[in-house]
Design a protein around this ligand. Structure first.
Ligand SMILES: [Ca+2]
Length: 91
């Protein structure tokens, strides 16, 4: 509610096991529990690495008054783990 003005669930997705797929970071609008709307805010079509997201902390990083998503993501096969800062913009 605090970030988007309506009820949401934040869902980090993916895990680096054989046969797994690319993960992402999803915002799920649960205003209507019978018709949830899923928004993918972690997907970058230009990125060729497979990323897996492991958690989210909401913090206003740039001090603009809006909470930003800080997440840790890991890639496969490079096995890099980095912190990422996302400004969530829903379509
Ligand atoms: Ca901000």
């Amino acid at each position: 509610m605090e970030v988007f003005g309506f009820e949401t669930i934040t869902q980090p997705d993916g895990f680096p096991v054989p046969g797994s797929r690319n993960g992402s970071l999803y915002i799920i609008d649960v205003t209507d529990f019978n018709d949830p709307v899923v928004h993918n805010i972690g997907y970058d079509p230009s990125d060729e690495l497979l990323w897996f997201y492991h958690g989210v902390t909401w913090k206003d990083v740039d001090l603009d008054g809006d909470l930003d998503a800080i997440t840790c993501r890991m890639s496969r096969p490079a096995s890099r783990c980095i912190n990422q800062w996302l400004t969530p913009v829903l379509p």
